[in-house]
Design a protein around this ligand. Structure first.
Ligand code: ATP
Ligand code: MG
Length: 442
């Protein structure tokens, strides 16, 4: 792609209304545009990144056998009255009345709707377990929408729901999701810590938040550093392996401020292993047994004809929040570097362009073709800005690899640069090899 052909509205200065770096950067490079408080349009660059995140989430959900469906954004109030949450949810729920005076709402979450779908379709224990997810916009009328897409009112979430016959099976489904979450965040090159959490309005008795480290995070975290030494590759989807994984993580202290206890922390974690920092919640999983299946009568028939309520869990990942969270975690010293799997392009070509001399543009074109032929996604800055302006601009856009084409040189080697490192001279083949390897290593 040539930047001159793209809808790429970059601002010269940081927008003053943005308080944190992800919000500033997203407005600055034209990833999003606010349409009203906590509600954003996603412009092509921002959407491209969000779609890549969405796809990683989707692939990891599919790998554990979860099946994708799509529920609507607007729901009927009826099922929420059945579960008893219509009144409990309070002012965060955006309530709507249609022309027939029916009470509707913009879904803040989907436990009720999925339970309704389940109960009208699945009747026998033989059809269990089931694991379903969708990736859909949610609306929560947050009291203080802020920090851009990090705490929006409309936001994109992956929410999954599992249905099992017994507690034991249900905990196994929970553990599979737990592993899928670890793998999902790892592919985004994020250090995410699972932390025992309170269940809040979703309810239930087993819950973990997945929190990534970032100075600007809203939650304070207290953890044992050794938790980062556990390797997700060591676990698979066998029941025993999943139990071992949970035990390995549970061994280490890791909590957010609502569960923090100074005495406990100091007793359980040697001071040299203590990590006290801030973090951003990017995912949250819950096991809540029959909290919804009971009032909503989501039962299955057992062999003798007896009916039992299914055991359910729900599992969220904030996909739009992750775009901001990645910036918070990866934007350093005025350089943004997207992880290769999430990056909007694999490589950028920054040629110095001279009005009367087309040599560099021709050279660019050749390199562009060669890279594209190898399935490498390239962005070319074909504007007439000077090189240092281009480099500055690309430090914000965050494409991890660059080829810089400056003064004419008598060599076939190219000036290749990883965005946050020094340049080196490499042949086009070496560059192609390197990027392919990076993309495949994940
Ligand atoms: P928070 O504590 O941040 O308000 P929550 O606990 O209410 O979030 P959940 O119901 O657990 O949120 O939702 C699952 C995921 O959806 C969260 O882990 C988060 O990543 C994302 N999310 C929740 N609220 C928002 C929001 N207002 N804007 C963007 N993403 C959100
Ligand atoms: Mg939560």
């Amino acid at each position: 792609m040539y930047i001159s052909k793209l809808f790429f509205p970059i601002l010269r200065e940081n927008p003053t209304e943005a308080k944190i770096k992800s919000h500033q950067l997203m407005l600055r490079v034209g990833m999003v545009k606010q349409s009203s408080a906590g509600i954003y349009s996603w412009l092509p660059l921002g959407l491209k990144i969000m779609k890549k995140i969405e796809n990683i989430v989707r692939e990891e959900q599919n790998k554990i056998g979860a099946q994708e469906l799509l529920m609507p954004t607007i729901q009927s109030a009826e099922i929420w009255k059945e579960s008893g949450r219509y009144n409990d949810y309070g002012e965060e729920m955006l309530r709507i009345t249609d022309r027939q005076k029916r009470e509707m709402l913009y879904g803040p979450t989907n436990e009720e709707l999925i339970t309704e779908i389940f109960r009208s379709s699945i009747k026998s224990y033989k059809s269990l377990p089931q694991s379903l997810y969708h990736i859909q916009w949610k609306f929560r009328d947050e009291l203080r929408p802020r920090f851009g897409v990090m705490r929006g009112r409309e936001f994109l979430m992956k929410d999954a729901y599992t249905f099992d016959l017994t507690d034991k099976d249900a905990v196994n489904s929970y553990n599979k999701m737990y592993l899928a979450y670890l793998k999902t965040f790892k592919r985004m090159e994020l250090a995410a810590i699972p932390m025992a959490a309170d269940t809040g309005p979703i309810g239930g008795n087993l819950s973990h938040e997945f929190v990534i480290l970032a100075e600007t995070g809203e939650s304070k975290i207290f953890a044992d550093k050794r938790i980062f030494e556990i390797k997700t590759e060591d676990f698979n989807l066998d029941v025993d392996s999943l139990i071992k994984m949970r035990n390995d993580f549970d061994k280490y202290y890791a909590v957010t401020d609502d569960k923090y206890n100074k005495k406990d922390f100091e007793k359980k974690v040697l001071s040299s292993n203590q990590l006290v920092t801030k973090g951003i919640e990017v995912g949250h999983i819950f096991y809540f047994g029959d909290k919804y299946s009971k009032p909503l009568k989501a039962n299955v028939d057992l062999q003798g004809g007896k009916k039992v309520s299914v055991k359910m869990g729900s599992y969220g990942i904030g996909i739009s929040r992750l775009v901001g969270a990645l910036i918070e975690a990866k934007f350093n010293n005025n350089i943004m570097k997207w992880p290769i799997e999430v990056s909007p392009y694999d490589i950028a070509i920054l040629p110095m362009i001279n009005k009367n001399d087309f040599t560099n543009l021709e050279k660019t074109e050749k390199i562009y073709k060669e890279l594209t032929k190898n399935n490498i996604d390239v962005l070319v800055d074909d504007t007439e800005e000077n090189l240092s302006a281009k480099i500055k601009k690309f430090n914000l856009i965050g494409i991890p690899n660059q080829i810089i084409i400056g003064q004419r040189k008598e060599t076939d080697l190219l000036e290749y640069k990883e965005i946050d490192k020094k340049s080196q001279n490499l042949s086009i083949d070496k560059i192609i090899q390197k990027i392919k390897k990076e993309k495949n290593s994940i």
